[in-house]
Design a protein around this ligand. Structure first.
Ligand code: ADP
Length: 315
């Protein structure tokens, strides 16, 4: 559906996008993640045809964005970080203006009603945009992106500046749009990707460092696993002993105490089954193990590790 091949963008000597390739299948919701300055906006702006590339190709539904920009732009809906809303227009006036601008050949009244119903703004259609809350304005921004029924929608940081209730509403809306459209969601918020996306593409310093199913990412990285154990025994001595064991990379006491039982958070080498090692070591001190559970790694941890590991390789 969308194919990006060897994309490069230089600003003078600065390599903002450095040989990125990936494809997106129809119906996928893909998260495009990276810290500030990673090259996300530059890539999005090239895909949407707002910026030229230094080299490489972008194909949307078989058409080259650089050779047939008008045809490709028709297939793409874009919600920039700052949507271009005209605040002195009513919602309906503005959407009608966007409809004309895009040169859509649907029945206007029907199509705009359908769009407003989809993003749930029918009740504010005659209000001036300037009088809308930030959450409603963002819905209007999404409405302008989906006018013309583009196959492919790009959202750039769609929940920045929204309150927690609005964030949940906008995420639900994006997820529901993902049923009919192919979606790229550019964000620096990892939990947003976990909540919405099927797949994650991570870039750093213009380079692609991961392209994985959201659920697989933790496993693929797998440089360490986390577990929590509870031990009945003297806190400091247990802590010091655990730190000497094979396969244990880090130990922290998390301060939770039930009687003489303390709990500990362990980071372990996933290549070694540390359960027996821990069990035997505790038994030899007669410190009973009262519980053991594995802890799902946060995507945040995974992200930091990925960046560290790619930097490590370059050195
Ligand atoms: P992100 O969206 O991930 O924060 P950007 O794509 O905005 O990253 O920027 C990538 C890199 O390119 C950054 O180092 C940024 O400073 C640089 N950059 C972006 N736009 C320009 C420009 N017009 N001229 C020079 N450098 C730029």
């Amino acid at each position: 559906m969308v194919e990006i091949k060897n994309l490069v963008k230089n600003y003078g000597n600065k390599n903002a996008v450095d040989d990125i390739s990936f494809t997106i299948q129809e119906g996928e919701i893909v998260g495009f993640l990276g810290p500030n300055g990673a090259g996300k906006s530059t890539t999005m702006n090239i895909i949407t045809g707002y910026l030229s590339a230094t080299s490489g190709t972008v194909t949307v539904l078989g058409k080259d964005i650089f050779k047939e920009p008008m045809a490709v732009k028709k297939q793409i809906g874009f919600l920039p970080e700052q949507p271009p809303l005209y605040v002195d227009m009513t919602v309906l006036e503005y959407l009608s203006f966007v409809f004309d601008l895009k040169g859509c050949d649907f029945n206007k009244r029907e199509h705009l009603n359908e769009v407003m119903e989809k993003v749930k703004i029918l009740d504010v259609k005659d209000r001036l945009i300037r009088n809308l809350s930030k959450g409603y304005r963002q819905r209007v921004g999404i409405a302008q992106a989906i006018i013309g029924n583009p196959k492919f929608i790009i959202f750039d940081e769609p929940t920045v500046g929204l309150d927690p209730v609005q964030i949940i509403e906008i995420r639900n809306l994006i997820r529901s749009l993902g049923k009919k459209h192919t979606v790229i969601l550019s964000t620096h918020i990892l939990s947003e990707v976990q909540a919405i996306c099927d797949r994650v593409i991570i870039i750093n310093e213009g380079k692609l460092i991961a392209n994985e199913k959201t659920a697989d990412l933790n496993r693929v990285v797998g440089q360490s696993a986390k577990m929590k154990i509870k031990v009945a025994g003297p806190n400091r001595e247990v802590l010091n002993m655990l730190r000497t064991l094979q396969g244990i990379l880090r130990v922290e006491s998390d301060g939770i105490r039930e009687g003489d039982t303390y709990s500990y958070l362990l980071e372990t080498n996933p290549a070694i089954d540390v359960r027996k090692i821990i069990f035997n070591a505790l038994a030899s001190h007669s410190w009973p193990m009262m519980g053991m559970e594995s802890v799902e790694a946060e995507l945040e941890d995974v992200f930091v590790r990925l960046i560290q590991s790619t930097q490590g390789k370059e050195r």
